[in-house]
Design a protein around this ligand. Sequence first.
Ligand code: A2P
Length: 339
Amino acid sequence: MEKVNLAIVGATGAVGVAIREILEERKFPVDNIYLLASERSAGERVQFNGISRTVQKLDEFDFSQVDVALFSAGGAISKEYAPKAASVGAIVIDNTSEFRYHDEIPLVVTEVNPERIADFKNHGIIANPNCSTMQMMVALKPIHEAVGIKHINVATYQAVSGSGQKAVEELAKQTAQLLNAREVTNNVYDKQIAFNVLPNIDAPQDNGYTKEEMKMIWETHKILEDDSIGVSPTAVRVPVFYGHSEAIHLQTHKAINADEVRKLLSKAEGVELVDDMSQLEYATPVTHASGKDGVYVSRIRNDGSRENGIALWVVSDNVRKGAALNTVQIAEKLVKEYL
Ligand code: A2P
């Protein structure tokens, strides 16, 4: 692969740190790298590929120096700076929801619809899906291809790292406060998250769903290119640091049984099957997903309560496959096949 000049916007945040690690691990062909953040972190020094680099201020940066810019600093930052970066020739891979629903901007999961990367030519921007949609798509695409998915009912169990570094600190702090019989304080979440679960992720919508749940509906339709799939999510924040889990109930068009799904998923790219309840083999965020790249699938079973019903459990590291890893995988394919 040709070496590229790269910028990471939000390089000091939860996803930005993971992006840096993954770039190093996968030996991404970096020529120059620019680490960008707000003035809070500007001037800090961080290591990349064994060399100490200075974090720079985003609003003073000239994007014409870079080939690819990876954005993970929140929607408002992407809204303002991603089009500016694209207008001077940088190809943006954006981790926020800012451009995901724009018809001409591709929304890519590398194992599912890598061919859409070609559409970066439309606006110079590629969108990275929401973490909950991402792992669900990796697990469900092979099933959709084989028998067609008619309906998805999904409940998520989402880690606090999905809300950024401050939320990781809030869970740790509240846990310590409670174990020391002190009063709990909360800033990131509207209610206590330690020893609790919150069925409230992103903004409430007029239709009774939350924005996080609507993202799973919109993004499933866009990525699988099929608006006829019924999707009904309940998105729940749980006191887990890293790794989202999902209980998924499917109805397929053609019949398929649990053994056939197991066989399909055992060969699927990005999927790790951990499914033998007789040996208590099932994936959890802590034992399997945290810090790893795979999408782990367990508890595959026939759902006898409905025609063509299949139930499964899907776990993945929300910061890695759910955000940073997919971003880097998109960048790799972009560089290899299009630059
Ligand atoms: P900073 O370290 O300067 O605050 P997280 O998702 O973990 O909260 O991280 C958010 C990331 O986005 C951080 O790297 C943060 O940088 C960056 N960021 C937040 N606001 C801005 C801003 N106004 N300009 C540039 N970077 C920002």
